[in-house]
Design a protein around this ligand. Sequence first.
Ligand code: ATP
Ligand code: MG
Length: 503
Amino acid sequence: MENTQTTITNNIPKEVTMVLAVLQSGGHEAFLVGGCVRDLLMGVKPKDFDITTNANPEQIIALFPKTFYENTYGTVGVVTCGEEGLPMCSDETVKIVEVTPYRLESTYSDNRHPDEVEWSENIEDDLKRRDFTCNAIAYNSITGEIIDPFFGQKDIKDKLIKAVGNPDLRFNEDGLRLMRAVRFMSQLDFGIHPVTRESLEKNAHLLKNISRERVRDEFTKLLMTDFPMRGLVIMKDVGILEQVIPELLNGIGVEQNQAHSFDVWEHNLRTLQHSADKKWPLHVRLSAIFHDISKPETRRYSKEKNEYTFYGHDVVGGRVTREIMERLKFPKEMIEKVSMFVRWHMFFSDPEQITLAAVRRMISNVGKENIWDLIDLRICDRIGTGRPKEEPYRLRMYQSMVEQALKDPISLKMLKTDGKRIMDVTQETPGPKIGFVLHALFDEVLENPEKNTEEYLDKQANLIMKLSVEELKALGEAGKQEMEEKNKEQVKEIRKQFKVKGD
Ligand code: ATP
Ligand code: MG
């Protein structure tokens, strides 16, 4: 491999080496295995480390001060650091290192669960049950020994996903591996071995038998890779997208209007890809892939416009998104959020007509905390059309209007007194004088915010009230003007911040 021993060693936290060393000095075999070995060999820092050993769970537990035992697969979680009696963690991700005895899997009668899990004395048995050759390498980082019976190192070098053993059998054992193959292609930017690919196509239907929760988790991982567009195209090509989100396929070949270079399918994908390019979070990526899901069924040809229209695709799309996400068992909050974004994604499409009142309405529709995500979705949507990039000017205009709508206007409400209180403290009857006093007080507070206390304002109200009506009026009007000025300045400030013109 191109990656030197030093790069590899630097990517292994000391806690992990400690667990290996303790197992080995206890007289057992112990190896790093699975995704972490693949990542290390590729020069990537693994996000978690799995260790496999010929020790049984009792023997593992006996070697470490603090462990917990997850019974199903014999996995023991070793707490390595960050707790009483243990050293500080060099890296939070290795606080718990999972150690699993070598496993041997026998028969699968339901395409997903091994009928029984047996332990083995032999590392090769454990590697044999793993999904792809790149994930089936064991590495003893203390001695440098690598066990690679399926030539995973070569496939990593050739950037190929290849099933361990007979792909048909392996996909039949666990249909989720179909999705995993595609996810790894996307995540690692790998191609696929032709025999494995053929088998993917042949066995695509097996995904039906897999629990929606497992499918959801793999789909989520795929969306979170750097190239989710590529993953979805492969899913379509091999026939597994049909088993997961057939609705997306309806967009294939659905031509759009002049604002778009692509059919609905490709537009959805490119919108998603842009959200990944921006490293935006899952809910934005899900909204991106689903935002135009209902364009196919709402498309009409308009003679007047001489174009297609898609009226209502946002409303229908919000509903369809909810159905899809419920089917895939996404958590409730995620469903709410994403279907809401799909429902309201059209808002920023008409910049000529956008008013501050409309922006306020939208903020109340999606909530203050979500408005910037909606703008991010809008950015992806626009890039996804394949037409000239989001005009930076227009985008900044939206942003400045949102900022303006979010900022409370400068108003008498900010004052720590009101008309009623002024009448109480000054014993004055209702009339224009009260308004003049309020504005005069506010003017003072604008100059000196620290004067905004009930105590000061009560005292000051009494003083001002002694002036003549004319004097009061003059003061009040000057105050009002000042408030309007300040509001204008605030807007100007925001526009300047977003580098847009206007007043
Ligand atoms: P990632 O870096 O995304 O975590 P990973 O390779 O670690 O990738 P995991 O899902 O964490 O993937 O699985 C860890 C290892 O367990 C895999 O590398 C593989 O060897 C094995 N494995 C996981 N799921 C399966 C499966 N369904 N069938 C066979 N082997 C599997
Ligand atoms: Mg992993």
